[in-house]
Design a protein around this ligand. Structure first.
Ligand code: NDP
Length: 395
């Protein structure tokens, strides 16, 4: 099986290491906008195992030229969400399967929904190809945790709260844990959650409360919109309410407010010295590269699902989560825990497909596949998970 990874950022670094270490893949290539970054990742892995290439993933034509030369069986897209559709188009044109970790976003609008990618369903089906959407940690493992809960522990899921805590400290006043442009667009948008068949919209960070995270303690947690809610309420129609909580420190929120107030989070172009620039893209250029945070990052992330529903006529609660240590992630891959927790599931999802365990013609969200083989291997790959039954969910 041949795997082509697109995007040589923090996540791409982890995906490439994990795929290169997996014997199910006979050939591995990492391609990105800047080839020197691919070469550095390949050199660190060594042994000539990883081939590299330059590609502009905004161009279907450039992608197809590369795909026709390398002939990948599966393409793992860990570039930016802007490239999802061009990469899917190229997969269709050249007969490759597809996997990503973030849903498509148009550059000129911070708008998160699956409709653009779900619209490819018939075309992937007609070609007999598989497209796997949202196979990072969240989206990704959170949806697989939910599928596992539905398969083994509940007849009906009624309340789903996904909780995402990063209790790490990188020693910087302000930095984002993944691509700053995508991260700031995501966390500054209005909050949104699902309740009784409709979406409730809130002001950004309007709903918040302290939640306790295992081995970490209490952290203020904020309801924000996150893309897996859209597919999970569709695939589990018994859900009455679904929310996503993320922790933010006061220092982070203060910086974010200033960035917004002074216009640096704007995504529309402005003219500066006769040149068009997009303020948030300029901001990205001066903020720390998320890949560089790993060396001084201490503490853990804790991401999981808190679920209430019924089993055999009785109400029950269930909490399934993973804690990941920034220092351990750095020791293994040279990246911090956010890149690690995203890259490991993406590589494992590609492996599930390559081994024939996750297959099908069409476009799938990860909860539509069997969660068991994936979760059986996730711990070995560096992300062990824990289950707790009948505990106070706090939410
Ligand atoms: P980075 O910004 O570190 O890396 C993105 C990489 O993609 C860069 O190497 C960049 O190239 C490359 N790239 C950007 N545009 C193009 C293009 N047009 N053609 C080719 N390559 C391109 O981001 P991260 O590694 O932090 O994140 C990668 C993805 O993972 C994002 O989509 C993010 O949303 C997603 N993610 C998902 C999570 C989850 O749990 N599901 C969590 C965290 C992230 P260059 O180096 O030249 O800029």
């Amino acid at each position: 099986m041949k795997a082509l990874i697109i995007g040589a950022g923090g996540v791409g670094t982890v995906v490439t290491q994990k795929i290169a270490a997996n014997p199910v893949f006979s050939e591995v290539m990492l391609a990105s906008r800047t080839k020197s970054k691919c070469d550095a990742v390949a050199a660190a892995i060594g042994g000539g195992r990883v081939q590299t290439a330059q590609v502009d993933a905004d161009s279907v034509q450039e992608l197809c030229t590369l795909f026709r030369a390398f002939r990948p069986d599966i393409v793992v897209n860990v570039a930016l969400p802007y490239q999802d559709l061009t990469i899917m188009d190229a997969c269709l044109e050249c007969g490759a399967n597809y996997l990503d970790t973030a849903n498509y976003e148009p550059k000129d609008e911070a708008h998160f929904e699956y409709s653009w990618q779900w619209a490819y369903q018939d075309r992937f089906k007609a070609k007999g190809l598989t497209a796997i959407l949202g196979c990072g940690f969240d989206p990704g493992v959170t949806a697989i945790f939910t599928a596992y809960a539905a398969k083994h522990h509940f007849d009906e899921i009624h309340y789903l709260d996904i909780v995402d805590c990063n209790a790490g400290n990188h020693g910087m006043a302000f930095a984002t844990n993944f691509n700053p442009e995508i991260n700031i667009r995501e966390v500054t948008q209005k909050g949104r959650y699902y309740e009784n068949g409709r979406w409730v919209v809130t002001e950004p960070h309007e709903i918040h409360k302290p939640l306790h995270y295992p081995e970490i303690g209490e952290r203020e947690s904020y309801v924000i919109y996150h893309e897996e809610l859209e597919s999970l309420v569709k695939n589990y129609p018994t859900i009455r309410r679904a929310r996503f909580w993320m922790t933010f420190g006061q220092e982070y929120l203060t910086h974010l407010r200033v960035i917004q107030n002074i216009g640096m989070a704007r995504i529309d172009p402005i003219v500066y010295n006769g040149v068009e620039i997009v303020p948030i893209q300029f901001l990205k250029a001066v903020l720390p590269d998320p890949k560089s945070l790993g060396a001084n990052y201490h503490g853990q992330t804790s991401i999981g699902c808190r679920i209430r529903g019924v089993k055999d006529g009785k109400e029950r609660t269930y909490y399934i989560y993973n804690n990941c240590d920034h220092e351990q992630a750095f020791r293994e891959t040279g990246t911090q825990a956010v890149s690690f927790t995203t890259g490991v599931p993406a590589a494992l999802g590609a492996s599930m497909w390559a081994k024939g365990l996750w297959r099908g013609a069409g476009v799938f969200n990860v909860e539509e596949f069997d969660p068991d083989p994936f979760l059986a291997e996730l711990g070995e790959q560096g992300l062990p998970w824990v289950e707790k039954f009948d505990v106070d969910l706090e939410v």
